[in-house]
Design a protein around this ligand. Structure first.
Ligand SMILES: [Mn+2]
Length: 422
């Protein structure tokens, strides 16, 4: 299974050898955006084009940085059966990298799992992992030997800890990198569960993770990194999105985030206080929205400060959506207000006589994969429903959705809002 890439040496002596690569994951190219109708046409186009634009920017960055290789760690597609435009976009990207002689090492994840990767016909610069953990070795332009170990999902769930199949760092290579689409957990969890200590025990120089859409560092050195997804798709996938440009500094590999998403989702709380009537609230909101320093077009989720008091008319306009509609009419071209609501206050949650922790606990015990499966019964035999019910949405996301509904409805204050979307 092992392939070898050998790239011609440009530099002989190697005294200033720098290795560079890009680590990206979770492209979800064919995401079926929901709720698009609520957006104006221009923003619909921006959002649906965004995953493809982000991919093109990744390719452009690989070329301008002249990286030694590109890692794509699973969930290139949102679904097992990909759309033709999504496949075409990926192939075009791989062809561009092939023309620049930039190797690409890719794996499929839980969303785009492939029972048989040999059905894919990628350009010659691409190595795709199959379901077995294997190692591919390549030699960079500056003659550094790099071993890359990984696997693809051949089914929706990989419940065995695949880390146990990863070999120890090879002797004789300059760097070894592990590619792993999964999340921290224990045997039986659905997404190639691992402990960070298991990874570190392999003595690799870098772990290129995928699956969690929030960019994060599980270990600083050697880096164990989630780059996050390439493009935020929903209001849960906030902030700048992109890939990690990893550069060798001595014998260490150092990641640097490179924003690539052409559109971001933003949470924003304007600076407002005191008691405001409807016209004043609108004027101030609009002025502050116009004044936002925006470098990337943004879809804005607006939360008004809890300390704000509103006149009855203003409150009605807020809860009935009239205020948002007016604000949207005055929105600048680069910031679209998606939602507008008042922050929850402690006093309203006190009305229920119970605190957030109890709601959270209730959510966690009520919404579990098992209970969803029991409720859905034979519906889960249908692959698309199975995907939607158990897969595209994790129990954590279900919990968050239930809790958000409660929050929106009752103005509850809830903690721990960051869901680990997969
Ligand atoms: Mn994903």
């Amino acid at each position: 299974m092992t392939k070898f890439f050998v790239i011609a040496a440009f530099f002989g002596d190697g005294s200033f050898e720098v290795m560079k690569f890009l680590h990206a994951a979770d492209l979800h190219l064919d995401t079926p955006f929901q709720g698009l109708d609520a957006l104006p046409e221009m923003w619909q186009h921006r959002l649906t084009a965004a995953p493809f634009t982000a991919l093109q920017r990744l390719v452009d960055l690989a070329i301008t940085e002249q990286v030694d290789f590109v890692l794509l760690v699973g969930d290139l597609f949102d679904q097992q059966a990909q759309s033709v435009p999504a496949q075409a976009a990926l192939m075009a990207a791989l062809d561009q990298l092939a023309a620049e002689q930039i190797p690409v090492i890719l794996s499929f994840g839980n969303h785009d799992f492939q029972p048989d990767v040999t059905t894919w016909h990628f350009p010659a610069n691409v190595h795709v992992f199959d379901a077995q953990v294997t190692t591919v070795e390549l030699t960079t332009k500056q003659q550094q030997r790099v071993a890359i170990t990984g696997f693809s999902y051949d089914q929706r769930w990989v419940t065995t800890p695949k880390v146990q199949d990863f070999p120890l760092k090879r002797t004789g290579v300059d760097y070894q990198i592990g590619m792993l689409h999964g999340q921290v957990g224990t045997s039986g969890d659905h997404y190639a569960p691992f402990a960070v200590s298991d990874l570190l025990a392999k003595h690799y120089d870098y772990w290129a993770l995928g699956h969690i859409h929030q960019r994060q560092t599980l270990n600083a050195m050697p880096p164990v990194m989630y780059p996050g997804n390439l493009q935020g798709r929903y209001r849960d996938e906030l902030g700048a999105k992109g890939a990690l440009l990893v550069t060798s500094q001595g014998d260490q590999l150092v990641p640097e985030f490179k924003p690539l998403a052409p559109l971001v989702w933003t949470n924003w709380t304007p600076e407002l206080s005191g008691q405001l009537d409807r016209p004043t609230l609108l004027t101030q909101l609009s002025a502050q929205l116009q004044a936002r320093p925006v470098t990337v077009p943004e879809l804005v989720v607006i939360t008004l400060p809890a300390t704000l008091t509103l006149t009855p008319t203003a409150e009605l306009a807020l809860t009935q959506g009239a205020l948002l509609a007016q604000l949207q009419q005055q929105a600048p071209a680069t910031s679209w207000p998606v939602t507008l609501q008042l922050a929850a206050t402690d006093t309203t949650s006190d009305l229920f006589g119970m605190d957030t922790a109890i709601w959270q606990q209730a959510g966690e015990t009520t919404v579990t994969t098992e209970k969803i499966a029991a409720l859905a019964d034979h519906l889960l035999d249908e692959p698309f429903l199975n995907q939607t019910l158990l897969e595209a949405t994790t129990p954590e996301q279900w919990q968050q959705q239930v809790l958000r509904l409660l929050q929106d409805h009752y103005h509850l204050t809830l903690q721990g809002g960051d869901s680990d979307a997969n």
